[in-house]
Structures are given as C-alpha cells and as structure tokens.
Ligand binder design. Structure first.
Ligand SMILES: Nc1ncnc2c1ncn2[C@@H]1O[C@H](COP(=O)(O)OP(=O)(O)O)[C@@H](O)[C@H]1O
Ligand SMILES: [Mg+2]
Length: 251
C-alpha cells in the first residue's frame, strides 16, 4: 500500500528528506515545495521499489531522487535534484529530455525547474530483470528489443547522445512489451551520437547480458559484431543499421 502526503504536510513521516537529499535543509525544502507547487504537484506518494530512510521511492541516482506524485492532472514522476549533485540545475537535462521526446523517446516531459523534473511515471522492470523471467516467448523478446534499438536509432538520427547507454543497468525499463529509456542528465547534442553503438555493446558484447540474450537470439561472434558496429559508427547509415539488426537476429 502506498501513502499519499499532501505538500503542506511534507514533514510528516520524515518525507522532507526526499526533497533535500542527502542532507535535510529546511529552507531548501520550503523553496522546493514552492517549485513543486508551481509545476502543479499537489501531493507526493510514497511508493516504489527503492528505499530512502525507509521511505519507498521510484529510484535514486547520482543527481536525483525520483518519487511518485499526484498533480492536478493525475499521477506523475518527480525527479528532485540532490543537494550534493554535481550540477547546479536540471534545466539542461530537461531540455535534453524534451529533444528526446521529439523522437518519441523517454518519459514525456511535463515540466521542469532548477531543482525538479516532472515527467510521465513509468512502471516497469529493469531490462535484465525482465530478461531473466522465463514466462514469455522469443517473439515478445525480439519485438521489445527491436523497439528499444529503434529508439536508440532515432536518437542517433536526432543527434542526441544519451551518454549512459553502455551502462544502461538502471536506465532501461520495460513495461509489458514497451521499453523506456530514462535519464537524459548526461545527454548532449554536441558530441557525436553513439546510442546504437553503446546499446549494442551493453546488450550483446557485455558478458552478462549476452548470456541472457543468447537464450532467445542467434548471436554472432563478438568480433563480427564489433566490426559492423565500427562501420555503423562511421556512417550512421540505414544500410549499416540494417546489417547490425540482421547480425543480432532482430531484422
Ligand atoms: N519517469 C520515471 N518513472 C519511474 N521511475 C523513474 C523515472 N525516472 C527515473 N526513475 C527511476 O529513478 C532512478 C534514478 O533516475 P535517474 O534519472 O537515472 O537519476 P540520476 O540522474 O540521479 O541518475 C532510475 O534508475 C529509475 O529507477
Ligand atoms: Mg541515472
């Protein structure tokens, strides 16, 4: 059961720490409550599979704490800048998410401020958990992975480099057959986009994932895949993308 706490009662159950993590600064909490209100947040909801000080949350990373919230127009996810984050604002990350959304990638951006990103709440399993489940078939695995790769491909074409897809452990959720790429905090439109390269390395070169995927797909030797990746990286062409897809049994 989840617990809903209206913003005006944020100090109940010690929930204020979520707005000013890891060090509680009461004035910062007040400022952030105002920011959240301006974005339309009415209450926070204590739920999720991760815990902060015993409180359930959707997730925690190096720059933010992500919690479920209630807004005027329904449920959403709120990413709250950690007070020890290595960046002064979330505005740039939110702009990267907005660009990703233009390519139909990432949770839908609802609003952002210096310390907050309000976005679509995604309920799903981390990719490796999802892959470890025996209760689905090869068709479903293939469709889902293909959708995921097509997302990375769209980001490549858009010129947005996600930046963390080679270590995508906590950045890919799967809901049903729908993959979702999260966290555009390290993204850039200035670097050369290498989303497909990073994702294929993560999925098919990385030993652990490769072993999970081999159950469902016929995979080539790593050296063959690496060579095709090198070509794709140089051209980013549709032809080279299709060669990669056929090598990993997803065309
Ligand atoms: N829109 C979302 N819906 C549900 N959970 C999310 C959402 N965004 C992030 N999370 C969860 O929160 C975790 C941390 O978010 P992330 O954006 O990676 O923060 P950081 O920039 O601190 O790494 C993610 O690994 C994921 O579990
Ligand atoms: Mg992250």
């Amino acid at each position: 059961m989840s617990e809903i706490i209206p913003l005006e009662r944020i100090h109940e159950r010690g929930a204020a720490i979520l707005l000013s993590y890891p060090k509680l600064d009461p004035e910062e909490v007040l400022r952030r409550v105002e920011e959240a209100r301006e974005l339309g947040v009415e209450a926070i909801e204590l739920r999720g599979r991760h815990l902060i000080n015993g409180l359930p949350v959707l997730g925690k990373g190096h720059t933010g704490v992500v919690i479920a919230v209630k807004t005027r127009s329904g449920e959403a996810a709120l990413k709250i800048r950690r007070v020890d984050a290595d960046r002064a604002s979330f505005r740039r990350g939110a702009e990267m998410l907005r660009i990703a959304n233009e390519a139909s990638v990432g949770p839908r951006l609802i609003g952002a401020s210096d310390n907050l990103i309000l976005m679509e709440l995604v309920e799903g399993q981390y990719l490796t958990e999802w892959l470890s489940k025996p209760d689905f078939n090869a068709g479903c695995v293939k469709r889902t992975l293909r959708r995921l790769l097509d997302m990375a491909r769209r980001l490549d074409l858009k010129g947005l480099d996600h930046g963390e897809l080679s270590r995508a452990h906590r950045h890919i959720l799967i809901a049903g057959e729908e993959p979702m790429i999260l966290d555009f905090e390290s993204s850039s439109t200035l670097r050369r986009a290498s989303n497909i390269t990073s994702l294929i390395q993560y999925l098919f070169i990385n030993e652990r994932n490769r072993r999970l995927l081999e159950v469902w797909l016929k995979l080539p030797e790593r050296s063959i895949l690496l060579k095709a990746l090198k070509n794709y990286k140089r051209t980013l062409s549709e032809d080279d993308y299709n060669i990669l897809l056929s090598l990993i049994d997803l065309n």
